[in-house]
Design a protein around this ligand. Sequence first.
Ligand code: FEO
Ligand code: CA
Ligand code: CA
Length: 647
Amino acid sequence: MGDAGDGYESEDIGIARAMAEPFSAIAEKRLTRRAALTGAVAAGALAAAPAMAQARRGSSLTFKDAPSTYDDKDRVSDGYRRQVVVRWGDPLFADAPSFDPLKQTGASQERQFGYNNDFLAFMPLPLGSRNSAHGLLCSNHEYCNSNLMFPGIAERGALTKAQTEVEMAAHGLSVVEIRKQNGGWKVVQGRYNRRFSMSGMGFRVAGPVAGHPRLRTKDDPTGTLVIGTLNNCAGGVTPWGTVLTGEENFNGYFGGDAGKTPEAANHKRYGVQPSRGAPWSAHVERFDVEKNWNEPNRFGWICEYDPYDPNSTPAKRTALGRIKHEGATCVVCPDGRVAVYTGDDERFEYVYRFVTAGKYDPKNRAANRDLLDEGTLSVARFEADGTMRWLPLVHGTGPLTAANGFASQADVLIEARRAADALGATPMDRPEDVETNPVTGRTYIACTYNERRAAADAAAARTRVNAANPRVGNLTGHLVELIPPGGRGAKADHAADVFRWEMFVQGGDPADPKSGAQYGPGVSADGWLAAPDNVAFDPKGRIWIATDGMPTQAKPARADGIFGADTEGPGRGTTKRLYGAPSGAEVCGPCFTPDGRTLFLAIQHPGEGSRSTFDNPSSRWPDFRPDMPPRPSVIAIERIDGKEIGA
Ligand code: FEO
Ligand code: CA
Ligand code: CA
């Protein structure tokens, strides 16, 4: 989610423990060495060596940058087109009412596409195929903009009970069957379609925390079944064809004073506190933390569901730890174990990796069903010499003992942040997506921005610059590249204890020598980015970076968008803009069809803005009707000639 005007934006509330990792001049050497290895150069070095930059210019992407213009419309590069596939409120079932913004009910929203689409997965039909014309579009619905959904509501203002029911139904997940017909994508009201919300479906608690007393509530005295899922941001797809989603800013939904409860210290570390509006708690007791102090412990997990089985029960996979998960992305290791990367998106929080104990069985789908319930969770520590180490969060080892308040592995997982503090993990500049390039086997962390990153002599050690987060007051974000040992592609050993790392791109305007921006050569005035968030790879292994915050983190305001770049060769790190979003919107969920010819994007919170309301939003995208508010929607981008995106 973005930073300005989010209904439940709460990425800055938790408190990370101090960590002593002073900035070193070695960080600058990391950039220089990387530039020497790849031919990509920092903005400063570009001025010093223009001849070299010119000689090595050459992105494999053939399109001309889309304009970065920021207004109420969206824009795509010449030679491309974009289609709206599904919008907030579109009926997903034959019995669903058509959308009427003045007659919303919880019951109707349960049968319609939810609000604020974020993560997207295109799951081909049938299961196991590479069909690029028919599949299941799986979408997260992260949060609600009450002031854009309902007339007469101020941002974070009080809601009626009926509006609360609509919002609870508008959260969660959607599975939508889609088919390409006559050149366009159509929603099919078929048997796979499904909604998960905050109201109906129970999520089984799976893994080491299942049934733990700290998850038990009045509604669920067994601590094994949670109704609903909250604030799902990004996600991932497992090798066995299920979908993972990350519960992110769950803290913002709880009213009451968490400080008066037995879980006070835990809740403080995750930012569960009453300082920001939590309007649901006025109507739904489970969100009153003073009465239900274990309820927040039931969120902040990675969820897994099977879109191919509409009757399946989703699960919360507690072995992957409780943090503000941005997403969860899988990669199969050479020995068959599965590594899952996940970022904790808050200022000065950490990057995690889970490695399964068992091996993925490609021949027996059912055998993988509970693979994510057993394994080792680790947290990343970056060294200035280019080494990164995975520090295991295993109860009974190092400081993770009863003497430090961790009675079992369940406590380590429920309080994963505190456990990671104790191990000395590296505080990052808001780690969002963590995604692996299937061609090279290298993994990329999008650190979106952190304006509070302080200088090397700052009093609080956790806030100081470090080698992997080297910019003071980092407004424009960066991408860190992880290099596992073992070799390229499938040979890369993502289960190894020690990786190498490099800086890939530092956002900002490369024409501004003070920005500290770092790209490959030849980035245009429209092609540079800020606030990287979600990441995807096309079939050629090129990286595609969606942004969330360019209107506020870039001056003058520029539209958020999707940017492509090579990750190796002469065009490494040369970003190019394919799309620009309408005002208020961030771009989420980049996802390619297997043939690389359709790129799905989730356009989240269009029309958002500090003065935006239902009656007077900053954009009425995508319908542009005076009687229709802006609607978060999924779009499909394709080349007009039908060839692969980017060519
Ligand atoms: Fe929901 Fe980290 O963005
Ligand atoms: Ca995000
Ligand atoms: Ca974001």
